[in-house]
Design a protein around this ligand. Sequence first.
Ligand code: NI
Length: 250
Amino acid sequence: MYIDTHCHISKDDYDNIDLVIKDNIDAGVNIMIVSGCEEKTISEAIDLSKEYDSIYVTIGYHPDQVGVVIDENIDRLKELLKTPKVVGVGEIGLDYHYGKDDRDKQIELFEKQLMIAEEVNLPVVIHSRDATEDTINILKKYKVKGIMHCFSGSVETAKIYVSMGYLLGIGGVVTFKNSNLYKVVEEVGLSSILLETDAPYLAPAPYRGELNSSKYIPIIAKKIAEILNVPIENVGQVTSENAIRLFDLQ
Ligand code: NI
């Protein structure tokens, strides 16, 4: 069995969610952790978790919501984190890819949510893009555990996060021809890895550029099995155990 620890499932992207979830389960992906990271998708994700046994949820404001989120949203987030099957805070973090004029505000939003995660004792799902140094320095201030979502950094950076107790979310990027992520997988091993698709984005090869779905998790697992020279069943088992432990899944 596999767990997709990070995906987005929304009616905006899929015509028939029933069918998508059925396909995922048929592919051996028994649990999907859906990330709601703006006001609308937070509500949608929680609704899905009520409708489907196989869906758990993490909620938090993505850094691209920095101009939108007001105090009321943060208060609501805090309330919603008490909902059954909401198992983490995220994705939250820093994204410096599109310029730097809102960095201070991103940091403020990030830290507010880290404080909440610490308070409610839930793991965090971290989005960090072109912001490694700030992300590391900020995370060091909070007693939280979590996952570096869609990790694609260097071996050095991977080692730092692992030493801080973070797990690395490995997704479709590991299957891309030009990716150096295999070096990270070799270095940290299965004990520090979680599987994720980030669907509907980042479909693995040979579906790169197409609509992604959790049903492609076994493709990612197969690649990791090849890199580490272990049976694919081990990849499924160990990464599932890692996810169950981190998110305290029942
Ligand atoms: Ni995502």
